[in-house]
Design a protein around this ligand. Sequence first.
Ligand SMILES: *Cc1c(COP(=O)(O)O)cnc(C)c1O
Length: 408
Amino acid sequence: MSQTFPLTGISSVAIHGADNHHAESSHVTPIYATSTFTFDTAEQGMERFASLDKEKIYSRWGNPTFKNAEETIAALEAFGLTDAAGQPLQLKALLHASGQAAMATLFLGNLQSGDSILSHFSLYGGTYELMHKVLAQSGINIIIADLRDLNIAVETIQNNPSIKLVHLETPANPTIQCVDIDAITKLAKAQNMLVSVDNTFATPYLQQPFKYGVDFVFHSTTKFLNGHGTAIGGVLIGKDIELMKTKMWKWHALLGGNGNPFDAYLLITGMKTLELRMERHCSNAMIVAKFLEQHPAVAQVNYNGLTSHPDYHLCQRQMTHPGALMSFELKGGLDAGKQFIDKLQMCVRAVSLGTVDTLLSHPASMTHFSVPREERLKFGITDGLIRLSVGIENVADILADFEQALAS
Ligand SMILES: *Cc1c(COP(=O)(O)O)cnc(C)c1O
């Protein structure tokens, strides 16, 4: 950032939060499609290797296009927050090839055999599998509890001193359950545990977990941050800058989780309109949720912006708006759900979320197919549940498409 005055709006940060002085006076961030970087002298090469930043050496280790995206995301998550000394909060982000790659760095960089990880039971399918397949095989113990119940959280955290990391996903896929970041972080910190938050559904526009003293924030940038469905990506952000530049960077580089400059460029372009898109995503979602709630064919709507959702009050406290994700069940169950999805004419049948277009999917047969049925039912993922990511189309057209698809 080169301004001497603080930026007061999140769009200004999304557009100007990174260092935007580029080679050849380029207006936008160039795509540095290069695997390696040249050294003028052996001495210069030595200096770059010796530096904590490891810049301009080799693109698995870092690249100027990645750096621009990383600085922007760090600035967004830190926007308006201060550290213990009252200074603007400093964060360090590491861009990865995918959310899963960033999650691997987070988990494998912080956990070792004999450690436990604690998480809530409603999780992204890939996170659940990474824990139960990869971490479990490495001798890491997985503890899953209903962390919305603070009595259970207290008991679990106090009775399991082997817990090293508490990983929260809020709001969570696909029932839009929320966990109390502030309360859980206080409990975890009293036992010297690390806390990470998957902030993919909320984005820093709706929720800033670092406000509550968490250690790490994670995003699948594939979703709202990119916003246009043009690239897979993930980011790990940390407040311990030295840890991020040493151990976390090392694990990232050794696991080979680097993205590519073109995808980083698409992400940078997408992030500039984050606030504009989120405003429309959010206002459309509220209208769609109310439409579904009153529709005679709909049995239940899970949207944390409706007073009927169990986490409505927590969401009001923790987020600036409930966001654009919801799920719902039709009275006709699985068959009616399939019929509805097949009849859609404008809205899109696809997994993923957070894109400009409205996307619908069926968790039981798609995103949560690999989660055993009994497990998935415990998470509230019933056979007929439909997951909906409300886009930024004109809302009347979303409603018209739903209306015709729900008509029998
Ligand atoms: C998509 C997603 C991930 C995984 O990210 P990828 O970019 O697909 O690897 C993790 N967490 C949540 C909440 C997600 O939506």
